[in-house]
Each structure stands twice: as C-alpha cells, then as structure tokens.
Design a protein around this ligand. Sequence first.
Ligand code: XBP
Ligand code: MG
Length: 233
Amino acid sequence: MNRPQAIIFDVDGTLAETERDGHRPAFNQAFAEHGLDWHWDAESYGRLLDITGGKERIRHYAERQAPAIAARPDFDDLVKKLHAAKTAHYVRRVEQGKLPLRPGVAELIAEARRAGIRLAIATTTSPENVAALLRASLAADSADWFEVIGAGDVVPAKKPAPDIYHWVLARLGLPASACLAIEDSANGLRAALGAGIPTVVTVSEYTAGQDFRGALQVLADLEGFVLPGLREE
Ligand code: XBP
Ligand code: MG
C-alpha cells in the first residue's frame, strides 16, 4: 500500500497489554465491593473477551452465571454502577504506571508525527480509560496528538461491527484506503476490515491463535515496524 495519510490505533491489547492486569482486576474489585462473589480469573477472562465492551461483558456474564441477579428490576442500574466502579479502579491502575506501552508503539507514533501522518483512535473502551493510558504511558499532552478519538459508547454497536471505524473515518474526512489500522484481535480486525481499512495486526496475550485472515501483516509487536511507503521517499 501507499504511505497512509492517517493511522488509526486500537487501544486494548494494541497500545498496551491492558486486559489481564488492567481491566480484569478492575472488574473483580468492582464485583467485590458490590458484595458479589464473581471472580474472573485470567483464563476465563480470555473467553469473556469475545464480548467487547465492559458493560456488555458484565451483562453477558450475569445472564449466564447469575440469572437471578440479571432478572432483578434494578439490574441495568447495577451494571452501570459496577462499570463506573470498574472504570475508576482501572484508571487508578493506569495512573500507577502498571500498564506500559507495548514495544515499538511510542516509536511508531513518533515516526508518524515526524512524517506528518495524522493519528486517530478507534476503541471499544471508555474515553476516560484512553485519556488515562495516553497521559500515563506516552506524554501528559499526548491525547492532543490524536485528531480523532472514537471510544466507548459513541456508536451503539461495538467491534466487531465496523461502526467505530466509520465514525472515525467520517471525522478524519478520509477514505478507508488512505488509512492504516493497527489492531490486536480478530474482533478488531473484522471491525477495521468491515470499514475497508488496511490493517496490521500485532498479536497480544489473549489473541494468539485467532483468525487474522485479511490482515496486511500479522506481527508479534510493532518493534521495527516500518510504515508502508515511508522509506521510499
Ligand atoms: C477492548 C474491550 C474493552 C475492555 C473494557 O476491545 O473489549 O471492552 O475490555 O473496556 P478492543 P470498558 O481492543 O477491540 O477495542 O470496560 O471501558 O468497556
Ligand atoms: Mg484490542
């Protein structure tokens, strides 16, 4: 492909390994403080990741494992409360520096900025999580480096639906073919490809072995990754 005019990054699993030691313990903390004996261990959490979005994941789990709670009239409210508590715990973990960027991420972002390539984010996670991660792991003002940040509930259908990528493309004012997406999961890849965006996959802790057919490249990480079309100029 030609040199992209914009790079659109996924967050969880792509910028940093946020799931096992970030989101997962934050969910567990929220469950415990609400008196629930739910506990997501590292292995079962891997299966729950098929359900993208924290509120959707909690709901899915409760409907199967705790149907009496899911049938309560205040269940929607409980999901909201659990998720708000989880977000606060997650942000605290990020601020404690527990979730560093994956190899090559900071270098790719710096290279893109030097080359005048625009930056954007398309993620399922909540905006406050993205802001905290960028601030803690990249630079205090790094959220400003990203022209468009599409996060959380800005579109109702989360990945693997392509909606979040359509949302970001519309705000960038670019056709899909002028962009490059970086994703770590099959759900994310399907979302980006569904919007027609060439996509590089950097496999993460939980996504090894997934189906990455259609990806431009499948990499272990971004260390040494050369942006298409950059070195020829
Ligand atoms: C990431 C997710 C997120 C996080 C939790 O998927 O599925 O739901 O696990 O975040 P992707 P919230 O990397 O494909 O965007 O709790 O804030 O929803
Ligand atoms: Mg991801």
